[in-house]
Design a protein around this ligand. Structure first.
Ligand code: PLP
Length: 555
């Protein structure tokens, strides 16, 4: 069973939300703008969801617009604030014009990108500045207090998606006292986890995204304080009071309504103390496996559903590979940047040592979890210890590996760009080295001398993952050569006949692509990488998924 611990990236859809979406697509498919009975029913659903969302968010007399998600809510908020600043510029009696747009240094990328985009597009030329944060990830309120008088818009988040750090919203409000600035609070990670009474605050805009709390992707809500400027991002048929045109996403809204109803009712969402106790259990399991582990954010000011940690001696990709092989889904930093091995800008902004910022792992669970799931997760985490020990990683496991991480843990190859020949400047495109599962199956039938090389680390390989359903190969043609040891095996493959295929595979296809490119650069043209790796290997085997196809043979 998969242990999904990446809830800050997205959550599974709550069964009630799924049922509500299906109902809105079956009998309740009406368009809420239609005046016949089908339309009226859809309108009643829409109004009902807006009313329950208003109660749950404490939105009072503010506007609640259904959007496609937080990114759209953020654009609408930023556009609205900047359009009002532009209008103010044109008003000679409005007093000194604000010159700054401020955002927390640990904001989700959507915020600074939206600020820069609309600032340029509207020709405002305001200075966009990051509000520094302290080692605990919280905003520097003295800095904010000093800059607030010149700010036109201030963007802070309710809780951080990577670390779970909860912002001091009362402190921010106090620092903004007397400032003309509008205030956006990205509340994505707060829904279902923190109590919100939006209308009791001076917050002007609060975007939410349904898929972080049990609704499907593609539905969100934007709260706009009564009286705050609002400029439609989408103009058209006049839906949402002409503030957000486009036929409403009724299946998404129905599902969001089911989530909001569950939050209101409270039963499915564990309370803060219970969540805190679960986080403790997960922390203890992680510390059992990695005694040298350090947590990257203080638990007392973080969401009780999020842990961010680094392990001396391990890079984040190495740990991700290990956890993924054990069926545990976690992420390195935020999901949006997971494909790139870059240091986390969040941990960087907090002033953590570089090794922590590049090797961080985020573990996050849904407040809709239960005690049984948390126990299974702890057991699964502990199961990683045994495989690490058996495969020579005892030093790290026993906490002896106190030296800061050297990024070469998985050899220089890990950091070598896939494309581009370092020696000759010739480009080898990794995608030209790829074989699909069907092509690999066909290749083994056509060329029984093919070598199949597993480039995962042994501690990962032992946790599972097999290329099921392939023709059997003699043991001499199945090799296990971790990418970190590839250089020692290259001569053996270079000595093979030129037409002998060598196919590398790993968990995701990333490391095998590097191996195939390296072998090709050295002159063996028949070097291949299994596209998508074990992650995309068909559970029933490629022949069952699609019959072997000679036309699929790599060329
Ligand atoms: N803000 C925060 C804090 C987030 O975690 C996310 C998603 O990762 C977003 C904004 C963007 O949300 P969406 O991609 O659903 O629009």
């Amino acid at each position: 069973m998969e242990i999904y611990l990446d809830a800050n990236a997205t959550t599974a859809v709550l069964p009630q939300a799924r049922a509500a979406a299906l109902a809105a697509m079956a009998d309740g498919f009406g368009n809420p703008s239609s005046s016949h009975t089908s339309g009226l029913r859809a309108r009643a659903l829409l109004d009902g969801v807006r009313a329950s969302t208003r109660r749950v968010l404490g939105a009072g007399g503010g506007q609640l617009l259904f959007t496609s998600g937080a990114t759209e809510g953020i654009q609408t908020a930023v556009l609205s604030a900047l359009a009002s600043l532009r209008a103010r510029d044109a008003d000679a009696d409005a007093g000194p014009a604000p010159t700054l747009l401020l955002y927390g240094a640990t904001e989700h990328k959507a915020v600074p990108e939206a600020l820069r985009h609309w600032n340029a597009l509207l020709g405002l030329r305001l200075q966009v500045l990051a509000i520094p944060v302290g080692r605990d990830g919280r905003h520097d309120l003295n800095w904010l207090r000093a800059h607030a008088p010149r700010a036109g818009l201030v963007c802070t988040m309710a809780a951080n998606n990577e670390t779970g750090v909860i912002s001091d919203l009362d402190g921010i409000a106090e620092a903004l006292a007397g400032s003309p600035a509008l205030w956006m609070v990205d509340s994505v990670q707060a829904l279902g986890k923190l109590a919100l009474r939006l209308a009791d605050t001076r917050i002007d805009y609060a975007p939410f995204s349904g898929h972080k709390a049990g609704a499907p992707k593609g539905i969100g809500v934007l709260y706009v304080r009564a009286g705050a400027p609002l400029t439609p991002l989408l103009a058209g048929g006049g839906q949402e009071g002409a503030l957000r045109s486009g036929t409403e996403n009724m299946p998404g809204i129905a599902a969001f309504g089911a989530v909001v109803a569950a939050i209101e009712e409270g039963r499915l969402f564990a309370d803060r103390d219970t969540l805190g106790a679960w986080r403790e259990r997960l922390s203890a399991a992680l510390q059992d496996v990695f005694p040298g582990l350090v947590f990257n954010a203080p638990a007392q000011v973080s969401l009780p559903t999020t842990l961010n940690f680094s392990v001396p001696g391990y890079g984040s990709t190495q740990l991700l590979d290990l956890f993924d092989a054990a069926g545990i889904r976690v992420s390195g930093g935020s999901a949006c940047s997971a494909a790139r091995a870059e240091p986390s800008h969040v941990l960087d902004a907090m002033g953590l040592p570089a090794w922590q910022a590049v090797s961080a792992i985020r573990l996050s669970f849904s407040p809709m979890s239960d005690a049984g799931f948390i126990e299974q997760a702890c057991e699964r985490i502990r199961s990683c210890a045994e495989s690490l020990r058996r495969h020579g990683h005892g030093a790290a496991v026993d906490g002896l590996h106190a030296a800061p991480l050297t990024l070469q843990t998985a050899a220089d190859l890990e950091t070598t760009p896939i494309n581009g020949d370092l020696q000759t400047g010739a480009v080898t495109d990794a995608s030209t080295c790829e074989v699909s599962p069907a092509a690999l199956h066909a290749l083994l039938l056509a060329c029984p001398a093919t070598r199949l090389v597993d480039v995962r680390e042994p501690f990962e390989a032992v946790l599972g993952g097999e290329l099921v359903g392939l023709p059997r190969l003699p043991a001499s043609q199945r090799q296990q050569v971790p990418l970190s040891e590839l250089s020692q095996a290259l001569d053996g493959w270079l000595a093979l006949p030129a037409d002998s295929p060598v196919v590398f595979f790993c968990r995701s296809g990333q490391r095998s692509a590097k191996a195939a490119v390296a072998l090709r650069r050295l002159g063996h043209a028949q070097a291949w990488s299994l596209a998508g790796g074990l992650a995309l290997w068909p559970a029933v085997g490629p022949a069952q998924a699609a019959p072997p196809d000679r036309a699929a043979l790599p060329s």
